[in-house]
Each structure stands twice: as structure tokens, then as C-alpha cells.
Design a protein around this ligand. Structure first.
Ligand code: SF4
Length: 246
């Protein structure tokens, strides 16, 4: 598996409270994969994809050294590290974890064979269908479709048929990153197009510091109430700031 790192050679595996979405506040162990098929201008983990020599654009303007920022590990080694953690809730995050779903399937199978208590949730941008061994072993899909302000072309970032498939699966919830009140119209359009139940939609302010999150939460709260959507904070930002391994 190709993983992101907290420092060169050290995989980004860490215990923390889930900071976002339907499971916010739950004790979890996180595994961050490297690489993403999208390239959001405000991505808070550009070290998983914005490597030197690529043409991708990020608002920070920083390019990362691919060799320093990634580590390759065998699935049994990853499973052993996760088993050593206390929580039995695994959050697969990235980057885009479903780019490596064959390995994720083997990982989930190994964990659940060792301890059936494992609950696996995955953070995905909703552009890749889960298949094979991974699909039935994932307990929760945290789908985060990317709006126009992400800087991705809509044809790449939004797959209405796939979002409709996720909407038909009770394991999926949907988290939209919101930068401005006008973004809600785009959310409404996607929700209607893919028949996503409003009760499974979370609106989350974009921001990598507490002051920005609080300021945006102030105008996002009445919009959630008016549209019947849930609100998601970014708990880890309030607790630890924008730092790796949290
Ligand atoms: S889809 Fe997620 S990981 Fe990929 S660039 Fe966008 S915010 Fe970053």
C-alpha cells in the first residue's frame, strides 16, 4: 500500500477522535493513503498528491517531494500496526483511499478476521465505485462530492450515477465542503439529481483554523435549518490546528 507519512518513512497512522461528519467525536484509528484523482485548491492534505513535477495547482503553492512524502508497506504490516491501536473504528482517509481498494479489501479482511469488532469507515470523494473484496467489508462510506470552488472540472469531480448508487446504500452519508452561502444552490442541485436524502447530508465549513470555521458556522447554521441538512464541524482543527497525524 502507498501511504502518506507524518515524517519521512513513518506512515500516517494515528489515534484520534473522528473530526468530521456522522461519526464526529468517536475514538478512531486513522490510516492515510497517498495519491488522489482530484486536486482541490483548498485540500488540507496536498502532500498526498501535489508532488514536484506535476502540473496541479493548490492555493498554498507548495510542491512536495514524492519520495519523502510516501511510504510503501505490505498489508500485513499495516494490519499489525492498526491492531496495536486501542480503537476498533478504522477511518480510511487520504488522498483518495479507493484508488487502492484491492489492498484495502485485503486489509479489512485481515482486521475483521482477527477481531470482528472492527468497524471500517472510508472517506471518499465519490468518484470511484467500491468493488471487489473491499465493498462488503466497508461499514460506512463518508462521501464528499466536490463543488465548483474546489477547482476541479465538474466532469471529473461529480459522477451523478455513482452518487445515486451511494444514495441508495444506507451505509453512505454525504459531506459537502462549503466556502460561501451561494454554494448551497449547487448542493441542492446535486442532492436532487442523485436523489440523496437530506437527512444524510452534512454541510461543513471550509477552513483550516478555528476562527474561520466559527465565522462560517454562523451563517451555515441557518442554512442547514432551512434546507434540512446536518451541520458538521471540524473538531480536529479546534483541538490540534491544521497538523498532520491528528
Ligand atoms: S478529493 Fe480530498 S484528498 Fe483529494 S484533493 Fe480533494 S480534498 Fe484533497
Amino acid at each position: 500500500m502507498r501511504l502518506a507519512v507524518t515524517s519521512p518513512g513513518t506512515p500516517e497512522i494515528f489515534e484520534a477522535l473522528q473530526g468530521e461528519g456522522a461519526s464526529m467525536g468517536r475514538p478512531s484509528v486513522f490510516l492515510r493513503t497517498s495519491q488522489c484523482n482530484l486536486h482541490c485548491v483548498w485540500c488540507d492534505t496536498p502532500y498526498t498528491w501535489n508532488f514536484k513535477g506535476t502540473e496541479f495547482v493548490h492555493r498554498d503553492g507548495t510542491k512536495f517531494d514524492r519520495t519523502r512524502e510516501t511510504v510503501d508497506m505490505d498489508v500485513p504490516d499495516v494490519a499489525a500496526r492498526l491492531m496495536a491501536a486501542t480503537p476498533r473504528r478504522l477511518v480510511l482517509t487520504g488522498g483518495e483511499p479507493l484508488l487502492q481498494q484491492r489492498e484495502l479489501g485485503a486489509l479489512c479482511a485481515a482486521l475483521k478476521a482477527a477481531d470482528p469488532a472492527w468497524h471500517v469507515e472510508i472517506e471518499t470523494n465519490g468518484t470511484i465505485a467500491p468493488t471487489g473484496e473491499a465493498e462488503p467489508l466497508i461499514d460506512q462510506f463518508n462521501v464528499s462530492p466536490k463543488l465548483a470552488h474546489s477547482g476541479n472540472a465538474a466532469a471529473l469531480a461529480l459522477k451523478p450515477d455513482l452518487l445515486a448508487w451511494y444514495a441508495g446504500d444506507a451505509r453512505a452519508t454525504f459531506k459537502f465542503v462549503i466556502s460561501a452561502p451561494e454554494d448551497i444552490a449547487e448542493v441542492d442541485e446535486i442532492v436532487a439529481q442523485s436523489a440523496i436524502p437530506a437527512t444524510r447530508v452534512y454541510l461543513m465549513p471550509e477552513g483550516t483554523d478555528s476562527a474561520t470555521l466559527r465565522a462560517r458556522a454562523a451563517w451555515l447554521e441557518p442554512l442547514c435549518l432551512a434546507h434540512g441538512y446536518n451541520f458538521s464541524d471540524r473538531l480536529h482543527i479546534h483541538l490540534h490546528g491544521d497538523t498532520r497525524g491528528t
